[in-house]
Ligand binder design. Sequence first.
Ligand SMILES: Nc1ncnc2c1ncn2[C@@H]1O[C@H](COP(=O)(O)OP(=O)(O)O)[C@@H](O)[C@H]1O
Ligand SMILES: [Mg+2]
Length: 239
Amino acid sequence: MGEHGIAEASDAAIVATDLSKWFGEEETRKLAVDRVNFVAYFGEMLFIVGPSGSGKTTLLSMLSGILRPNAGTVTVKGRNIWELSEDQRADFRLNSIGFVFQDYHLFPRLTTAENVAIPLILQNRDWKQSIADACRYLEIVGLKGRNQILPVKLSGGEQQRVAIARAIASNPEILILDEPTASLDGDTGRMIIEFVKTRILSRERCILIVTHDARINDYADRIIHMEDGRLVSVEQVAK
Ligand SMILES: Nc1ncnc2c1ncn2[C@@H]1O[C@H](COP(=O)(O)OP(=O)(O)O)[C@@H](O)[C@H]1O
Ligand SMILES: [Mg+2]
């Protein structure tokens, strides 16, 4: 048993224990995430689903070291991330977490290769080498030879693939995607998730996907259902 009384298998990527977050003061206090407990394992694609406002983004923000919980702990690979110093947590985010946002968050005035190279440059790597590596990641996501163009020239699905290339460029063990298919048509959305499952997921990686999109549920290994800030059930997806 681990320090929280939860079995912490060596393949546990993230352990959330009694995790809570509220916003506002006293009477107006809103409990966005309410004592959530779960384990995410390496080698799995774990979906988090629930209605709008059920606390999914707030939960992801706490898991990825962006938003400090009011109560509970987040342990990533055995380290309590909210006990790290600010600098250590910034390093943790840069090196261990890749984040893909719903609307891509690409820099419009940077080329695709420059967008993908950003995390590498933040890791103080050589500029030229970072751009060369970025081109390799663009190739992995099926955008070979499209290194020099601005994001606006790409379709939504292609921009999402650039965002995925950027998220995996620093080779993070944990990849988090918040509503990755929400801005895409159904077929493109399925293609993106299929790509993530077959090409990005590995035994050394854990992938968390928040989604509203029931059409992609069969790609999940397990599904966490959230309602009103609470985890209401964990579903094992039959294969
Ligand atoms: N920064 C914030 N300030 C105040 N309330 C917030 C903030 N972020 C989220 N909330 C509230 O917390 C609840 C959960 O929000 P969120 O995590 O964004 O849900 P979801 O991603 O499932 O749609 C909502 O009621 C939302 O209004
Ligand atoms: Mg959200």
